[in-house]
Design a protein around this ligand. Structure first.
Ligand code: 0A1
Ligand code: ZN
Length: 875
């Protein structure tokens, strides 16, 4: 156990910095065994503060070489070096501060700061990685103009990049090469980036709306140059979309993307030089699945959109993280919805929100979208900050309408360009542009926990009225009780017996916005009366998932089936289906499940539907995940959930069986693979059909075998592999896995998918098989993608295998976390998530999981990352 408890940082303690850094000139000299960094900082006293001329810079794992003030080298008595700081006192108003230090990128396994990945150097500075490169004011409200010089042996690293525009490139007298970059836009150091390597580049150009030509470059290791085209296309689409939808234009002469194999997250929006996890940017048809293509499109857009929402206007402090992340996720979701099917995009986002984010919000790590404290900021790159944050922005969009929202975002960007601001300023811009008071709405940023909305309705045929009573409450979360009523926009519709939307006339009238069909719930309990309702309507509530709440409303299976077939809101059709399926799974648990004739007919007609988007159909026919089911049961018994869900799946497959072979044939496509929406939709449905077919028929397995052998694209090959692994004989499964590895062992990203198939299969994954994967030549503890592909997938997807009654699954994960704590604390901490849910499990499992958390807690040298999550989970 650590002897000193790490410090908690509080939002309420925010104070401005004592000095500003107007200009940063960084010289980075790369040598084989070490790197020397010289920072020349033009510092200026913050005259709004009564600062005493003392300046404390952040630094971590730095070997200090020298400090000079205005050209005069200081002696060691003239400054104090702490464990993670460098302090100078007696300073005047302005100085040139020069600091030299040495670092060892090749030993950096935490992947923060400057590190080696494969054959290259790269950086990751968000949130607090810059302090591992140089002593600095490592906080986002210190914005500085950067000039960067990179020096290395000539010819060693043909590509040397940093932010902004290249201003010089020459071989010096000593024979070393020096490349210089200048970024004219002041930025916080978390947006700094540097790359050096022997890289290939795909080049293109983009002409902005004002007619400027921007060079676009995607840099990759040589073997990946044939996987860059799609990302380039996605980038150009993103640039155009941001101009058209938000009026935002790109601002530098060049925009660069670099792919690296070792990366903790998806990608990073460094100014003009985005760095990507190679799994989120590289694709070609043979190696990437359709979902990988969609992920790449979304992440390329996300990072690009940050250029305005994050870089031009940045965060004052890390408590404001959702200012840039929630808004940018909202923006990238709008982009993906426009490029593909908007309803499908909504379904995917809500699926993830309701499983992962709702679970976080109901567990020990629950925190508001604007947290008020943290120990380690890396732990707060969460689904709450990102996805719930995006939902909150989405509600603002719904409240203000398209035009009002755009007025607000224009005002926000114009007013705060070049500044580091808070969430308050974002909402204030929305208020000022629209003349609206959003004080109550702002509670969404402050209160953690998923609000519950209970709805009850009654119809009066004589009066032709429908009365709807809504009640809301938000449960207590760690450190937060007595939550106040939120402003909840509830989109709804009334359907007549033929499935048509009826006109809505509500009292009180001011609670209804006709243009968006939204009812405003603002009190703990409110009753609304709908007039002139000529027949008993079916209520379609929370359309499009208009607010991130849990809706409790009693509807019979017949009513749900009606909505599944008739709702005019595509999202709610799907959602009614999910509720119906959840009901089936509950029945299966209590041993009383069978599909009614009407339900069977509905399933078959969905399978054969030719009107709806096929991707939507594949979602409509797919059961809710085990984690979603778990979210709605207490206490959670993973094995019981798994078996009940499998029972239902089998029943659906048997119902569809007479039609599966024919539908599968119909959905084959004669045209060459393209990663475009219509083809993707068709493949999604075809492969869902294949999985039902293989589940209940040996013909289906044979079809999977044929598809596996003949596929010319990874989407089909991977779907077939999954069907063989899960439904084929042991021999078929083994043979398919072996031949797949044989075919793809040279491609690390495909091998990751191969690892995931095994780690995530409830049938194949056992503790022993996971241990074997960890020993496999393809596994590497230092590579986050490998760790996620095996351990992350095992603990989050193969639920029956992970929740072994002898605790062996938990012990395996705990061992891995303890090991990773010393290699990569961020990875270790992220892997803890499944263990934080122990309180929700059935008692026999709960105690076992808790014991593993305690074992982790008792280790020496716990990183701040792991310490925070473990201690909060156990308290
Ligand atoms: N800002 C990036 C995410 C990111 C955050 C932290 C990182 O390292 C700790 C890396 C990337 C984004 O939102 O895409
Ligand atoms: Zn982001």
């Amino acid at each position: 156990m650590r002897d000193a408890q790490p410090n908690t940082k509080y939002l309420k303690d925010y104070t401005a910095p004592a000095y500003w850094i107007d200009h940063t000139e960084l010289t980075v000299e790369l040598f084989d065994d070490y790197t020397d960094v010289t920072a020349q900082l033009r510092i200026r006293r913050n005259d709004e503060l009564d600062a005493a001329g003392s300046l404390t810079l952040d630094g971590q794992e730095l070997e200090l070489l020298s400090v000079a003030l205005d050209g005069n080298t200081l002696s060691a008595e003239q400054y104090q070096v702490g464990d993670e700081s460098l302090t100078l006192s007696g300073l005047g108003d302005q100085h040139l501060l020069t600091i030299r230090n040495r670092i060892y990128p090749q030993n950096n396994t935490a992947l923060e700061g400057l590190y080696r990945s494969g054959g290259m150097y790269c950086t990751q500075c968000e949130a607090e990685g810059f302090r591992r490169i140089s002593y600095y004011l490592d906080r986002p409200d210190v914005m500085s103009e950067f000039t960067t010089h990179i020096i290395a042996a000539d010819g060693q690293w043909p590509v040397m990049l940093s932010n902004g525009n290249k201003i010089a490139d020459s071989v010096m007298e000593d024979g070393r090469r020096r490349v210089s970059w200048h970024d004219p836009f002041p930025k916080p150091c978390y947006l700094f980036a540097l790359v050096a390597g022997d890289l290939r580049v795909l080049e293109d150009t983009f002409t902005t709306m004002s007619g400027r030509e921007v060079a676009l470059q995607i840099f990759v290791e040589p073997q990946n140059i044939d996987k860059t085209e799609y990302a380039m296309d996605a980038l150009k689409r993103s640039m155009r979309w941001d101009e058209e939808v938000y009026g935002r234009e790109y601002d530098l002469d060049v925009f660069m993307i670099v792919a690296v194999d070792d990366f903790n997250m998806g990608a990073m929006e460094n100014k003009g030089l985005n760095i990507f996890n190679s799994s989120c940017v590289l694709a070609n048809p043979a190696t990437a699945t359709d979902s990988t293509y969609l992920r790449i499109e979304a992440i390329v857009a996300h990072e690009y959109f940050h250029n305005w929402s994050g870089n031009r206007v940045t965060c004052r402090d890390w408590f404001q993280l959702s200012l840039k992340e929630g808004f940018t996720v909202f923006r990238d979701a709008g982009f993906s919805a426009d490029m593909n099917s908007a309803t499908v995009k909504r379904v995917e986002d809500v699926q993830m929100l309701r499983t992962v984010q709702f679970a976080e919000d109901g567990g020990p790590m629950a925190h508001p979208v604007q947290p008020d404290s943290f120990i380690e900021i890396s732990n707060f790159y969460t689904v709450t900050i990102y996805e719930k944050g995006a939902e909150v922005v989405g509600m603002l969009h719904r409240l203000l309408g398209e035009e009002g929202f755009r007025k607000g975002s224009d005002l926000y960007f114009d007013r705060h360009d070049g500044q580091a601001v808070t969430i308050h300023e974002f909402v204030a811009a929305m208020e000022d542009a629209n003349g609206i008071d959003l004080s109550q709405f702002k509670l969404w940023y402050k209160q953690a926990g998923t609000p519950v909305v209970e709805a009850a309705s009654s119809y009066d045929a004589d009066a032709q009225t429908l009365t709807l009573t809504l009640r809301q409450h938000t449960p207590d979360t760690p450190g937060q009780t007595d939550k106040q009523p939120l402003w909840i926009p509830l989109a709804l519709g009334l359907l007549d017996a033929a499935g048509n939307d009826m006109p809505v006339q509500v009292e009180p009238a001011e609670a209804w916005t006709a243009s968006s069909q939204v009812l405003h719930l603002r009190e703990a309990e409110q009753t609304f009366v709908f007039h002139n309702v000529s027949e008993r309507p079916e209520l379609s509530l929370l359309r499009h998932f208009s607010a991130p709440v849990k809706l409790e409303y009693q509807q019979s299976p017949e009513q749900l089936l009606f909505l599944l077939q008739h709702d005019t809101d595509g999202f709610n059709r799907w959602d009614a289906g999910q509720k119906l399926m959840l009901h089936w799974i509950e029945q299966a648990r209590s041993g009383s499940f069978s599909l009614s004739d009407a339900e069977q007919t509905a399933l078959v007609s969905l399978l054969q539907d030719d009107q709806l988007d096929k991707s939507m159909l594949s979602y409509l026919l797919n059961l809710p995940s085990e984690s979603y089911v778990a979210e709605f049961s207490a206490p959670v018994d993973p094995a019981a959930i798994h078996h009940a869900r499998e029972t239902v799946r089998l029943a659906i497959a048997n119902t569809l069986l007479p039609h599966l072979a024919e539908r599968y044939q119909q959905l084959q496509s004669p045209v060459a693979y393209q990663p475009e929406p219509q083809q993707m939709a068709q493949r999604a449905l075809k492969n869902l059909v294949l999985s039902y077919w293989a589940l209940v028929s040996s013909d289906g397995v044979t079809a999977a075998q044929a598809q596996f052998e003949q596929a010319d694209n990874m989407t089909d090959q991977m779907a077939a592999l999954l069907s063989l692994v899960n439904y084929g004989s042991d021999e078929q499964a083994d043979a398919a896995l072996a031949s797949f590895y044989q075919q793809w062992q040279h491609d690390t990203l495909v091998v990751n998918q191969w690892l995931s198939v095994q780690a995530g299969s409830s049938r194949r994954a056992t503790v022993a098989s996971i241990e074997q994967l960890l020993q496999h030549e393809a596994f590497d503890w230092r590579n986050p993608n490998k760790v996620r592909s095996v351990l992350g997938v095992f603990a989050n997807q193969a639920l029956v295998s992970f929740h072994q009654s002898d605790a062996s699954g938990y012990a395996l994960l705990a061992d891995a976390i303890i090991k990773l704590n010393g290699i990569n604390p961020q990875m270790a901490s992220r892997l803890l998530t499944p263990l934080t849910r122990w309180k929700r499990l059935i008692p026999e499992l709960s105690a076992l999981m808790r014991a593993q958390l305690e074992r982790i807690q008792s280790q020496e040298d716990l990183s701040k990352d792991v310490y925070e999550v473990v201690s909060k989970s156990l308290s």
